[in-house]
Design a protein around this ligand. Structure first.
Ligand code: NAD
Length: 290
């Protein structure tokens, strides 16, 4: 396939490289002038999109996605697919899909989980929203860049799945960290805490697979000085998207709201920026009740 790839950052660059490795003809564009071995460099997003069967975007946020989409949609060939893999707000995903469809294009919102490690290894999970035909067109590329692609429903469903999942993740990480900090103050050994909770009803992915306590449970960023992994500021971005969606859908999400406020404080007023999101544990450890 001829593929246009827009946004060659930490995630986009290795994803584009994997498409090249699989034999696709990829033309890329990034405003920062990033180049990727094997990817032809275009002078603009519209140039990267011209003549492409599929255009993939991997951009920072919904406003940038909307601006890029306004530029590439008119340049794309009818029947081609616009596949956005960025994490953006549901409203932007739906608006871009509607514009693409009105121009005779297929559209898929397909945010990912798996981080830069998954992008490099080609083991991402894609959560996709769009028509059957749009998903079918993008699926062979998802299979190269990832190990799993779930078709979640119509436009916006991929973003909805992603932010709901990450809202659970942010809330459970905080719950796990505050429970460890309480256990410390109660004189409970962390290994014993893990042994009990990981096999009891308090278990979760954050406890069992990504334990925030160093030296306890499987290897995780806690064992590497809380170097990310999944950075606290990216968790904050996703929690804010969940609250934006909750606001626009009139959904009551008190725990998601509290988690967004805590990560905002951690990232913006404390020393959380650049730390893994599990560094909430040392944060709680240092604090008292007030
Ligand atoms: P990044 O900041 O490294 O990359 C974004 C790239 O987009 C940058 O290189 C930037 O120069 C480029 N860009 C910005 N505006 C542009 C424009 N108008 N035209 C072309 N290029 C433009 O970010 P990333 O870590 O690669 O993340 C990309 C997306 O993936 C985000 O939406 C993020 O939330 C999501 N995501 C990231 C991770 C992760 O672990 N990094 C995991 C899952 C999802």
């Amino acid at each position: 396939m001829k593929i246009g790839f827009i946004g060659l950052g930490n995630m986009g660059a290795p994803m584009a490289a994997n498409l090249v490795k699989a034999g696709h003809e990829v033309t890329g564009f990034d405003t920062a002038g990033v180049t990727v071995a094997g990817v032809a460099t275009a002078a603009s997003a519209a140039e990267a999109a011209t003549g492409a069967d599929v255009v993939i975007t991997m951009l920072p946020n919904g406003a940038i996605l909307r601006a890029v989409a306004a530029e590439v949609i008119p340049a794309m060939t009818k029947g081609a697919a616009l596949v956005d893999c960025s994490t953006v707000d549901v409203d932007s995903a739906r608006a871009v899909a509607a514009d693409a469809q009105a121009a005779g294009l297929l559209a898929v919102d397909a945010p990912v989980s798996g981080g830069t490690g998954g992008a490099t290894a080609g083991t991402l999970t894609f959560m996709a929203g769009g028509s059957e035909a749009a998903f079918a067109k993008a699926k062979p590329l998802f299979d190269i860049m990832g190990q799993k692609a779930v078709h979640c429903g119509e436009a916006g469903a991929g973003q909805a799945a992603k932010i709901c999942n990450n809202m659970i993740l942010g809330v459970t990480m905080i719950a796990t960290c505050e429970a460890f900090a309480l256990a410390d103050k109660l004189g409970l050994d962390r290994q014993k805490m893990f042994d009990v909770v990981s096999t009891s009803s308090g278990y979760s992915w954050t406890m069992n697979a990504y334990c925030p306590a160093p030296g306890v449970g499987p290897q995780s960023p806690a064992d590497n000085g809380y170097k990310p992994g999944f950075a606290a500021e990216l968790m904050l971005k996703d929690l804010r998207l969940s609250q934006q969606a909750a606001e626009s859908a009139d959904a009551d999400t008190p725990m998601g709201k509290a988690a967004a406020a805590l990560y905002a404080q951690f990232v913006e007023a404390e020393d959380g920026r650049g730390m893994d999101f599990s560094a909430m544990l040392p944060r709680f450890e240092k604090r008292g009740r007030s």
